[in-house]
Design a protein around this ligand. Structure first.
Ligand SMILES: [Fe+2]
Ligand SMILES: [Fe+2]
Length: 184
């Protein structure tokens, strides 16, 4: 993977679209591990994609699947908490100045740990039920609405460090992250 341009599909089945992004996020994590790769460019692409993907899930997909009783409130909140933990780990990765340092590699490992866990859980406990229980028409409508939100966020540079700082601050306010860890 040498080109880190993020594809911007406009429509499709929500389950397929989200799954394709998960594979892309995994590819970008691999690129950030690769000393031969342009790790800084991979990090910028990864940050934008991760934030746009997750924010659009929270805004468009989770609430609708909950109202259709495909998932319950607990699954929704669990997903949001995992997004918050992932965003906090991402912020540490963005705070690493160089990309050939121990700090960068440690931060990358921490991101991979929370994100791989979240991707696995989301595919099993949210996307599988969506494929099973949500009608095709709803999956298409969600695909379109989610893509629109995701692509708009990508256009707004949602993965910039200041944007991620703001999202992490909000997660503490919303108690999606434990307040005793809050940095000064
Ligand atoms: Fe996802
Ligand atoms: Fe997610």
């Amino acid at each position: 993977m040498n080109d880190y341009t993020i594809p911007r599909p406009a429509a499709g089945d929500i389950v397929d679209l989200i799954t394709a992004d998960h594979r892309l996020l995994e590819d970008l994590m691999r690129a950030m591990r690769d000393q031969e790769a342009d790790r800084d460019a991979a990090r910028a692409a990864f940050s934008g994609l991760l934030v746009a993907h997750s924010e659009a899930e929270e805004e468009i997909v989770y609430p609708r699947l909950k109202s259709k009783k495909v998932i319950d409130g607990e699954e929704e909140e669990h997903g949001e908490k995992e997004h918050a933990a992932t965003n906090e780990a991402l912020l540490h990765l963005l705070q690493a100045k160089g990309t050939d340092t121990q700090k960068f590699e440690d931060a990358l490992e921490a991101v991979a740990e929370v994100l791989n866990h979240h991707i696995g859980e989301e595919e099993l406990s949210i996307l599988n039920p969506a494929r099973e229980d949500a009608p095709e028409e709803l999956r298409q409508r969600l695909g379109e609405a989610w893509s629109q939100k995701r692509n708009a966020l990508l256009g707004d540079d949602c993965g910039a460090r200041e944007s991620v700082e703001q999202i992490v601050r909000q997660a503490y306010t919303d108690e999606l992250l434990p307040n005793d860890d809050q940095p000064e």
